[in-house]
Design a protein around this ligand. Sequence first.
Ligand SMILES: NC(=O)c1ccc[n+]([C@@H]2O[C@H](COP(=O)([O-])OP(=O)(O)OC[C@H]3O[C@@H](n4cnc5c(N)ncnc54)[C@H](OP(=O)(O)O)[C@@H]3O)[C@@H](O)[C@H]2O)c1
Length: 407
Amino acid sequence: MDRMINWISDRFAHRPWWMNFLMVFCAFMAFIYMPWDFLVKPAAVDEEVWFGLLLRGGWAKATEPLHWAIYAAGAYGFWNMRSWMWPWAALYAAQVAFGMLIWPMFHFGGFGGFTLGLVSFVPFAAVAWALWKADAVFQSPRPGMRERYGDWALITGASAGIGAEFARVLAREGVNCVLSARRKDRLEELASELEDSYGGETRVVEADLASPGGADALARAVEDIEVSILINNAGAGYAGRFEKQDLERLAEMVQLNCTAPLVLTGRMLPSMISRHCGAVIIVGSVAGRQPLPFHAAYAATKSFDLLLGEALWAELRDQGVDVLVLQPGPVATEFEAVAGEARPDPSADQAVGPVVESALDALGRQPSVASSWMNWARANVNRLLPRSLLVFVTGELMEKQTPEEMR
Ligand SMILES: NC(=O)c1ccc[n+]([C@@H]2O[C@H](COP(=O)([O-])OP(=O)(O)OC[C@H]3O[C@@H](n4cnc5c(N)ncnc54)[C@H](OP(=O)(O)O)[C@@H]3O)[C@@H](O)[C@H]2O)c1
């Protein structure tokens, strides 16, 4: 209970009281009032005011989803103090103030209408003005990763894709990087690139995390370093019908995707906790948000990563350690080739840059993040379907991405 109260009070401590009030108001509108207004209230008595124009009946109903979306965006934007809130929140409040000024003038007319308009205008105009002046609150940048957590990061799966991008971004922020994977030549190439470009220190550790002692050996290889940022990124998929898959390869995948992050996190945590400072990112996947026939074991491993990381987020936040599960959707890396997938249109895959950016932005703010709006929708829309139906829908989709001989 204390942990939850600490978290809630932390979330409210980051903005002025009047902005907290606006956030709660937006949340009330998004979760309670607008759903009732749109779904329950009869169209015959519906009224909406936009820019001082009163819409009634069907026209009012038709514009309610937009109002709903605006309040939902407001609640989300205040909660996460998104930089795009400025100037949009101020402009929206100004639009409401303008509407409040002129609507009573036309509706009631005369001196009474004018006075009512003026009285309603003042508080909304004050809110618009306060939001306009609050640009610095929305724009204030967070300190870099090195200042927030410390000098060294350990990145697994740094020889390609998302892991290599994590290494580049962290090195650019002045963090020294331990780069680990099996392909040593690639790691050495990346290490030279980082040292030449950003001047920090690097260390290369060759490790096979799919082998039983792999994670422990890697942890021993960095014992002399204070690792304050752990990126559990190494992972692989394996596409195919379960009975056609090689059991040994499946077991190695579980070792790589589940046991390795578990062991490495366990090994790195004590020193992070003793310094009351550290960050752990586990790279999960939107695949872990639902059962996936033809990728059954992979989805299960990523579900393990999600539940492990989110629970650790709650356990560790009072001990100064931020935990985040990053959930990408399809990303343009070597993953598809390694997994033996045959996706019909890989050209739509997300680039590694925004994937890593979304993780570093969300770290310390929330337990998990989907790497784009599309992935967030992918990960959440499935909650609306019954499990039995969901598993057939995902099965249909995954079968198309599986080579003929593995279906
Ligand atoms: N790309 C996607 O569409 C996608 C979507 C959702 C989630 N993810 C997740 O993102 C993470 C990174 O994948 P990616 O897309 O960057 O794929 P990638 O380009 O194939 O990179 C995978 C990395 O993991 C390393 N790795 C694989 N097997 C290993 C082993 N046995 N021991 C140590 N390292 C190993 C690879 O290095 P070596 O081969 O040199 O060992 C490589 O550096 C994975 O956890 C994956 O599940 C990817």
